[in-house]
Design a protein around this ligand. Structure first.
Ligand code: SF4
Ligand code: SF4
Length: 112
């Protein structure tokens, strides 16, 4: 599942710099992919772009946004269930240097 941010977000900004995929944006800010800009998904709270979130697969053992969020409002989105291979394929698309990486407990929450 892609991670999403609930309305409990207090707009502290701690999560944004932790995302390895630049999938997190402040409310009201346009998001970007491959040089194309898109309208904000939320105008009020920080938000995560599902097309850019890999649940940190390929980078970390757990979701980094959830790890730093002081109010625990970065949670798995039940409306976006996704398998590890889908998330890793996205990670490689966003970060070509990850191609060929052997996933482990250190780089996938699915291996813990
Ligand atoms: S789970 Fe990881 S990839 Fe997804 S938004 Fe949070 S920090 Fe970024
Ligand atoms: S760390 Fe949590 S409270 Fe702070 S901006 Fe991110 S989602 Fe909102």
């Amino acid at each position: 599942m892609a991670t999403f941010i609930t309305e409990e977000c207090i707009n502290c900004g701690a999560c944004e710099p932790e995302c390895p995929n630049t999938a997190i944006y402040a409310g009201g800010v346009e998001w970007e992919l491959s040089g194309e800009k898109h309208p904000p998904i939320s105008n009020d709270f920080y938000y995560i772009v599902p097309d850019k979130c890999t649940e940190c697969v390929g980078h970390h053992e757990q979701e980094q946004c959830a790890a730093v969020c002081p109010v625990d409002c970065c949670v798995p989105d039940p409306n976006h269930p996704e398998a590890e291979e889908v998330l890793f394929a996205r990670a490689v698309q966003l970060n070509p240097e990850l191609a060929g990486l052997e996933l482990s407990a250190a780089t996938s929450r699915f291996r813990k």
